[in-house]
Design a protein around this ligand. Sequence first.
Ligand code: BGC
Length: 728
Amino acid sequence: MKKNTILAVLMAMTAMTAQAQTYLDPNAPLEERVKDALSRMTTHEKVQILHAQSKFTSAGVPRLGIRQLNMDDGPHGVREELEWNTWNPAKWTNDYIVAFPSLTCLASTWNTEMSTAYGNAVSEEFAFRGKDIMLGPGVNIQRTPLNGRAFEYMGEDPFLAGEMVVPYIKAAQANGIACCLKHFVLNDQETDRFGVNVNVSDRAMREIYLRPFQKAVEKAHVYTIMGSYNKWKGVHCCHNDELLNGILKKEWNWDGALVSDWGGATNTLEAATGGLDIEMGTYTDGKTKESEFGYEMYHLGNPFEQLLKEGKVPMSVLDEKASRVLRTIFRTSMNPKKVIGNQCSEAHYDVCRQIGEEGIVMLKNEKNILPLDPSKWTKYHNVLVVGENATRSLTQGGGSSELKTLRDISPLDAFKKKYEQMVDYAQGYYSGRAMYDFVDKIDEAKQAELKAQALEAAKGADLIIFIGGLNKNTRQDCENGDRESYDLPYGQNELISELAKIQKNIVVVTFGGNPYSMPWLKEVAAVVHCWYLGSEAGTALVNVLSGEVCPSGKLPVTFAEKYEDYPYVQYGKEAYPGVNKEVYYKEGIFVGYRHFSSNNVKPLFPFGFGLSYTKFAYGKPTTTVEGDNIVVQTTITNTGKVAGKEIAQVYVSAPKSNVERPVKELKGFGKTKLLQPGESETLRITIPVDELNYWDETKNGWARIMGPYTLNVGASVEDIRGKVEVDN
Ligand code: BGC
């Protein structure tokens, strides 16, 4: 062969090799990798990557060196390893992790830096455990305080949830871990979650329920989203054409992969054409029955392939789905920039503790009983801690978010560590364990005995710290069932009242993802709500109670005085939990504080409320329009005696018009750094002008009423410190 010919052959071979490597070339543009990979796959291989091959993985293409996707719950840490085909624990010994605080707690920090820290730390644990997709976070709206999974979400306000979730997703995905945002959409109750059909106005759908998801798509570019079990317009949201193909993929231009909730795909044709990309958990009833069918029998397995063969669904649908899955693979499991991560590092415990400290909300503090002052304690053992949640692990229970932790520090352990022999403990009540259908029967005699012991111990105490609340038992903040009552369970209301009769110096500390009634509020000196705090629960709580950390969390939900005050309750069962699996969101856009402030219903504690050990003065707000943004500036000064952080909130009031609007809507917020006494900081809060829009049902699009708008700057929705007008 001539030299030239040899050269030509060599060049052609190199070109072929280069071409052969495009999909494997991490430096090649993503879409070229996807296209190249797709061109090499058979129809069967394309179908194979669209469904589960085990409880928590979906297949890659081994022949081509295309990796599978490893998924796991989510959202507060990496779930323990389960067996390949069942919900049983795999009993590994290297899958102990850090439990981070519940997402409701993260929302209570109102601190986007905490979201970044959370997303970064938790995704590092996912990476180290060899995962690619983290099943979480969740941004369903806390429409009812009975929602069993509210603790996994970010409160009642779409703006707060959206702003807080974006940095979390960005940080996690920068580590090469895809977030799988849950549960798209309207999964706002657990009662009948598998089949309830949600009837909601287009306006409420757009302004309230879709909003945080839309932000996560547009601002954080979330890689995967989990469809919800429930229906919208009569079709399950895991394969709802209008929702997934129409709104999510076309209108929002989303290029990610839609993952079904486990067992959420129920119909082959809909699964094929309704926008689902990865089908998981089918042929289980969600939690209890094991997979009885081969994975190839999934809707997006052989049945889908058959539809393609028969020409009932075009090949382009297959290619589109497979492209979305390949994109996800290249962004995660085959992303050379994916971090190795780490597990149970001290840095992760620090993040866990800090988020907990900033998310704890102090609701009442009479006569400054807090921070605790040990110099007032006269003798040993005169601080009495009462309540099961002082010792119970709250990282367990709750459903799929349950975690197997390496170490947890309980409130009682932390109290003892800090105050040593000053502290005594009485359990006061017990709840047993309860998960799904299994519920421990409460032994009334034992309950009475525990109560009597606590009341007896209270007689010798100078200070009582009651630590109770909800506990992730079934119907007490747990998946697959809502709470049955707005009251605290297990006789806690009576116990608190009776303890308070014996000792007025009583601090009530509660855990829980939801608001609850407080008939004893006037009888107790202080109330502190902790959500769920994860592995560092005790340390975070004691740091706040002792004053080492000044509380700065504020409520992401309204605490109503009584259940009947929540907006939907007046409309009866049709509005919640639904009748014959049809639920009507009759309150429309008036969810949470939008209802309380517009209809003059006085809450027990308003949205955005939280006390501090110090006080803050707000300077007169000013505003400027900069391009497409309104910038509000307000100077916050710490006028008290200890260092603290303040959260300033901006609520927009629209001008009067014939469009119904809530009196106030959150459209901006900012948190100061730790301000020393006397120190000031000017917060610059940027509000995109588009945030003033409302959904115009007559035009099926966003619209804006001409201003002037009033911007109310305040410490909560009910505590407005300054107002300023702006024209749009
Ligand atoms: C839950 C999801 C969870 C999945 C896998 C479902 O029942 O709704 O949130 O990710 O199970 O455990």
